[in-house]
Design a protein around this ligand. Structure first.
Ligand code: FES
Ligand SMILES: [Fe+2]
Length: 392
């Protein structure tokens, strides 16, 4: 039984489909930065604990404007801006594992929780008044929500709403025998950054569009069966569940090796082959989690301008992924990349089409989202509705 949000399963396209003028538009981009990508408003992915296990301070995975500090059990999110003259404290993705974070320009120092320690010549009065003067120089701190090792910045007034939504997602995954734990079983294999010349929203559309899989991804469509598509929606997420296809990878050498490898691996372990091939999860605005049999991917789209973004993908493979089938890990990643190259074309052609539509003054043309039947593009409609509400 397919679980489709009724608002996104009708025969009609979404009423709030985004318009041409809402893509690659500098005014819209500035509004998105102020409303959607501003930590402290909404729910915004910052980091995952499996990406770096040590204590210290590092730029957040999802937003270079934000620092993540870890100190024992405690972690916090801080503005990456020195309070002396607003220069970034950290300019690359390395981990600062010193006890103090010191700005290189005039040597102001901060603890890992962002509290100000001092700087050359900085003097404060005594007692509570002096302490208040010092605290006024602490780094700006953001409230966070932790979920399965993921850290999000969250609007403190909406914590309960976000926690309830993430709990719904956990329950939905559990109903399918899954969880979002990237613990001991999974190891970070590699991280790949890919630059795009397009609006970040077009990537989220491609992610919520199962419609293109059969015609455009020969290998993936022969690995995961789109006829079994099942949706689950929350306020801030959607999930697509797909079972294995009987073609077991079809003509694609990499997907066939993946499907065959999983069957051999399951037989060697004396386990039945699972029926679920993948769960694709999008958590708005820009986080995607893909739970495949044999591969997990955390990826984010990070806008870098009105018409540019970076897609950062972290590949996690099973610690013992190759123990029964030599080379299975490499086949799995090669298959994924085969599809990623095809998706690059989908994003790129959509960007070109939107630019052409502007030159033809087709500003009101919308995305005619296909939501009939199993709702193959229901994720696109849901994302558009979410975006419309977040920008209101
Ligand atoms: S800019 Fe950071 S100490 Fe001056
Ligand atoms: Fe795709």
């Amino acid at each position: 039984m397919s679980i489709v949000d009724l608002r996104h399963s009708g025969a009609h396209p979404s009423v709030s489909a985004l318009r041409v003028a809402e893509y690659s538009n500098s005014i819209v981009h500035e509004r998105e930065r102020a409303q959607i990508f501003r930590p402290g408003l909404g729910l915004l992915y910052l980091d995952h604990r499996s990406l770096w296990a040590s204590d210290g301070v590092r730029r957040s995975d999802g937003d270079p404007r934000i620092l993540i500090g870890h100190d024992g059990e405690a972690s916090c999110a801080l503005a990456n801006l020195c309070t002396h003259a607003l220069r970034p404290l950290i300019d690359d993705d390395s981990v600062n594992d010193r006890t103090l974070l010191t700005c290189p320009y005039h040597q102001w120092s901060y603890r890992r929780d962002g509290s100000f320690v001092g700087g050359p010549g900085c003097e404060f009065g005594t007692g509570r008044a002096g302490e208040r003067e010092r605290q006024a120089l602490d780094l700006r701190r953001y409230e966070t929500i932790d979920w399965n090792g993921f850290t999000f910045a969250a609007d403190p007034k909406r914590r309960d709403e976000f926690a309830a939504d993430l709990a719904t997602l956990d329950r939905s995954l559990a109903d399918h025998g899954l969880d979002c734990d990237f613990g001991a079983e999974w190891v970070l294999h590699e991280t790949v950054d890919e630059d795009y010349v397009a609006d970040w929203k077009s990537f989220m559309e491609v992610f919520g569009d199962c419609y293109h899989v059969p015609p455009f991804h020969d290998g993936l469509a022969a690995f995961a069966d789109c006829d079994t598509l099942e949706w689950r929606f929350g306020e801030h997420f959607h999930v697509q569940y797909l079972d294995f296809a009987t073609e077991a990878g079809g003509e694609s050498e990499h997907y066939r090796a993946w499907a065959d490898g999983l069957a051999t691996d399951a037989a060697a372990r004396g386990r039945p082959m699972q029926s679920l091939a993948v769960a694709w999860i999008a958590i708005y605005p820009n986080l995607m989690i893909e739970l495949y049999a044999g591969l997990r991917v955390i990826s984010i789209v990070i806008p870098t301008g009105p018409n540019s973004f970076v897609n950062r993908a972290h590949f996690f493979t099973r610690v013992d992924g190759d123990s029964h089938v030599a080379g299975l890990t490499n086949s799995v990643i090669a298959a994924y990349l085969e599809t990623a190259v095809q998706d690059f074309e989908l994003v790129e052609t959509r960007a070109r089409g939107l630019a052409t539509a502007k030159t033809l003054a087709l500003d009101n043309a919308g995305y005619l989202v296909q939501t009939s039947g199993r709702g193959v593009e229901a994720g696109v409609a849901h994302f558009h509705d979410w975006w419309r509400a977040a920008m209101a």
